[in-house]
Design a protein. Structure first.
Lengths: 375, 418
């Protein structure tokens, strides 16, 4: 592959800005949980939300009525372009493709739109809200803000969709008419989402997320966005994007993950950014990691940042790129120390680290992997 | 400006064959029934009974029969839990694998807009009546947009990775276009592609709230057009490297030769009025295929029947093409959103196979601001070698795919090809 990361943007419950969030992760900080409630329900949930300060300075007429998911994406996308040193004019805008990775989409406006139908009837449905319920609304807002006129795609999937978007970017960048691909993963939180994940037996009532635990207590949902500018040159190269595959039953995930690790692990791997999040994924990942890359250091950022599903894959890639370029790995929070993995349990220097794998196993049957290398 | 596909030299780019195709739509199940409905220019739009439409302006849609859909489904508890979108995808894939049992995809690229939306609706409504939440875990697990694709994979033992594209109403054509590029670049030999969407109350009411849907018949490009009607369905196409397919003796139904994509940033729901976005997508497809506009024999228009879409698309078509026959088959089956581009690719395939122009029904007189050669109301026998299919969506997403009839291979002249 001849793809590299040229810029990154990050909007998280720990704030925005790649360096600022990274410093907090290195210091072992965890996002603060907030309570998510719903007017017609008694039950409340805990979630990691993006502080309003993280979106400071992001304004555009297209975002005036847009949902949080679109504002997170715009902020992360603009940060990524800025960090890549890209100033868009009509010529460069023609040579950029945009790919969005989304899982749950604009759930806040979707619920509001449907609530009006249920409560009052179809005549109460808002024509202003409906377009914001569409999966590609965030992508269309960012494309309009940036003046992009070429290929724009929104990919939908589970937590592995961010890596699938990188794979798609790799395919698009075969086109020599493209110089850059901006890949954005984004997600927003609503009570409805928390309730759905609880009924699916994947959500725990309150933090912490305990990765690699035998108990599988579940996730805490989070929101935000991650954005990466891909170019043919950059500070971290993407050596290989692995499409993974789909598992029909959870018990099959481990074998697919092993296959991904075997394919990506043909070079010396220094560390792995895992998608462990306190669910069945952890067992599948830890078994696969133990067997295929037992000497690699392992880190998951989900206890600190939460499970942001559609944005999660992009967050993992940002974590890997930061670890490769700063030569440090943050501590894995709340991990089961008994697990037979080389976990980064404290802020760990990795001065000679050159290669990393990003491994992603989604909650809804998708998997993917990526191998990064410092240039 | 549109970005066309892989800019490889013609001799290096692989040719991309469609070697099997399956479809479930209001026109019927499979290519033969689809041909029958198209040939007879059948109006397959019916009264919506699935949910209440009493407060909606529009009361009709193109619909797939549940009885028929479930008749072909496996009688297992798991099958009973699946969303009807999954059953549509399973049936469409079953048709593909019946034609090509040996087809093992390396990748699946599918377009959709709504996933298992009606399960999400049931879940939300049931939250207001908590005693009815027993099935909530099933609804939630079967709601995600990728689930019908994975269900179809699972039904036939496929574990290939899938990319689910949600580019609003252009999703199906974007999926086919991207799958085409994947094979054309040589990175993949076999890719499944297509699109699906099942009718859902929220989406139906949404288009009604925009006054995009019509209480009357859908009459694309007509002077008195008043909007769209929704539809539903699924279509799956097996794409392969054409030379490899021929070497192993596979029939080639058609060849995909070009893809164009563009984004216009005019408005989140309306096209740029001059049709520049649509034009760029079509130009991109022509450049990508290295053909000229005069090589196109038939255009299957996006043609929703809305005032704005048809005006913009009509201008774009007449600016690029000189008298090429145009029809919107949405007049017969409605607009199936994420499935539309895939089903309409099948319509083009059938037109190439059977050498006819599908009709634009409910048509009385052409919009006086448009200069188009509409296939008015009746199917027309014709020599059709190359087709263009357009799809445009919310967010200013525009896509076009070119397909052509493949002459029999001179090296393998005894084999059957469409």
């Amino acid at each position: 592959m001849s793809l590299a990361i040229a810029g990154m943007g990050w909007v998280t419950p720990l704030g925005s800005g790649v360096d600022a969030v990274w410093e907090q992760l290195l210091a072992g900080k965890q996002a603060s949980a907030t309570t998510v409630s719903e007017e017609f329900a008694d039950r409340v949930y805990s979630a990691f939300r993006v502080p309003e300060s993280a979106l400071k300075g992001i304004s555009h007429p297209r975002l005036r009525r847009a949902s949080a998911i679109s504002r997170f994406a715009a902020a992360a996308g603009l940060h990524a372009l800025e960090s890549a040193g890209l100033k868009l004019d009509s010529q460069t805008a023609e040579r950029i493709a945009l790919i969005f990775a989304i899982s749950n989409g604009g759930v806040i406006y979707t619920k509001r739109f449907y609530r009006d139908i249920v409560n009052t009837g179809a005549q109460a449905a808002s024509p202003l809200l409906f377009p914001e319920t569409v999966f590609n609304a965030p992508a269309s807002h960012l494309a309009a803000i940036l003046g992009l006129t070429g290929a724009t795609y929104t990919l939908v999937g589970d937590g592995a969709v961010g890596l699938a978007a990188i794979k798609m970017a790799d395919e698009l960048m075969q086109n020599e008419a493209l110089d850059y691909c901006l890949v954005v993963g984004t997600e927003e939180i609503d009570w409805l989402l928390c309730d759905a994940y609880r009924r699916w037996r994947l959500l725990r009532p309150a933090p912490p997320i305990e990765p690699y635990s035998e108990q599988n207590h579940g996730i805490i949902l989070s929101e935000g966005a991650g954005a990466i500018v891909l170019a043919r040159n950059g500070f971290v190269g993407i050596e290989c994007a692995h499409s993974g595959g789909c598992f029909a039953k959870r018990a099959q995930a481990e074998e697919i993950l092993k296959g991904i690790l075997r394919d990506l692990g043909q070079a010396q791997i220094d560390f792995v950014i895992s998608s462990a999040n306190g669910t069945f994924i952890d067992r599948a990942e830890s078994h696969a990691l133990q067997e295929v890359v037992p000497n690699a250091l392992v880190y998951t950022g989900k206890p600190a940042l939460g499970e942001s599903v559609g944005a999660g894959g992009l967050w993992q890639i940002i974590l890997a790129a930061q670890a490769l370029s700063t030569k440090e790995i943050p501590p894995v929070l709340h991990a089961d120390h008994g697990v037979r993995l080389r976990l980064s349990l404290s802020r760990t220097p990795v001065p000679s680290a050159r290669r990393a794998i990003v491994l992603s196993c989604g909650l809804n049957q998708q998997t993917a992997g990526l191998r990064l290398a410092i240039q | 400006m549109a970005q066309t596909g892989t800019q490889k030299s013609t001799e290096n780019a692989a040719r991309v064959a469609v070697t099997a195709a399956g479809v479930v739509s209001p026109l019927g199940f499979g290519l033969a029934e689809t041909f029958d409905s198209l040939w007879s220019a059948r109006d397959c739009v019916t009264q919506v009974m699935r949910f209440s439409v009493t407060q909606c302006r529009c009361k009709t849609a193109g619909q797939v029969s549940d009885a028929r859909l479930l008749a072909s489904a496996a009688e297992t508890p798991r099958s009973a839990r699946l969303h009807r979108a999954s059953h549509m995808m399973i049936e469409a894939l079953r048709q593909v694998l019946t034609q090509r049992p040996e087809f093992e995809p390396e990748l699946t690229v599918i377009g959709t807009t709504s996933g298992g939306m009606s399960y999400g609706e049931r879940y939300y409504r049931s939250l207001k009546r908590p005693q009815n939440l027993r099935h909530a875990p099933t609804w939630i697990a079967n709601y995600p947009a990728q689930k019908p694709v994975i269900d179809a994979h699972t039904a036939f033992g496929i574990s290939a990775p899938c990319q689910v594209i949600a580019n609003a109403c252009a999703s199906g054509t974007n999926a086919i276009g991207h799958a085409f590029e994947c094979v054309r670049s040589g990175r993949y030999q076999r890719v499944l592609t297509g699109g699906y969407d099942a009718l859902a109350e929220m989406v139906f009411v949404g288009f009604d709230s925009l006054q995009a849907s019509t209480p009357e018949q859908c009459r694309p490009f007509d002077r008195h057009r008043s909007g769209m009607v929704l539809g539903e369905g699924a279509a799956v196409l097996a794409l392969e490297n054409l030379e490899v397919a021929r070497q192993r003796g596979a029939s080639v139904l058609a060849e995909i030769i070009g893809y164009g994509i563009s984004t216009d940033n005019f408005h989140i729901t309306q096209p740029e009025p001059s049709g520049i976005g649509a034009r760029q997508a079509m130009e991109g497809a022509l450049q990508n295929a290295h053909i000229s506009a005069s090589d196109v024999d038939y255009i299957n228009a996006h043609g929703t029947g809305t005032v704005f879409n048809d005006a913009a698309e009509g201008k774009a078509i007449s600016a690029l093409f000189n008298g090429v026959p145009v029809s919107s088959t949405k007049s017969m089956m409605g607009h199936s959103l994420g499935a539309a581009g895939a089903i309409e690719a099948i319509v083009c395939l059938v037109a190439l196979q059977h050498q006819f122009l599908p009709a634009n029904i409910n048509f009385a007189s052409l919009d006086e601001d448009l200069d188009l050669n509409i296939v008015e109301n009746e199917t027309q026998p014709a020599v059709v070698s190359t087709t263009l299919s357009n799809s445009f969506g919310f967010g200013g997403t525009n896509a076009a795919v070119l397909m052509r009839k493949v002459p029999p291979s001179p090296r393998l002249s005894g084999q059957t090809e469409a």
